[in-house]
Design a protein around this ligand. Structure first.
Ligand code: ZN
Length: 101
């Protein structure tokens, strides 16, 4: 199975892929309508909203989980952005959060 290289989301169905293109490396949420990849800050904010809605808790926790998630993706090691740097969830916190998705 493939995962989106910018947010890690599993790409399972055709609709999950950017622009419905099953050869795409990105998910439908990480690209703009013209197919360009969103900025790190936009994808980070989307991740925070996602984890807040699924996990509940406070925003700083959702930010720590999002930061951990995105920091593990090679794409962001090459395309760093400001919000990538800061408090990060521990491996245990991250795994516990992933288990609740
Ligand atoms: Zn994505």
């Amino acid at each position: 199975m493939k995962n989106c290289i910018t947010c890690g989301m599993p790409l399972e169905k055709k609709e999950d892929f950017a622009l419905g293109d099953e050869n795409a490396k990105f998910c439908a949420y990480c690209v703009n309508p013209d197919g360009s990849v969103k900025s790190g800050e936009e994808i980070f904010n989307g991740g925070v909203q996602f984890f807040l809605s699924v996990l509940g808790g406070d925003k700083s926790f959702a930010e720590k989980i999002t930061r951990k998630n995105m920091s593990q993706l090679p794409y962001w090691q090459e395309h760093s952005f400001e919000s990538l740097h800061g408090d990060m969830a521990t491996d245990e916190e991250f795994q516990a959060a992933m288990a609740r998705l």
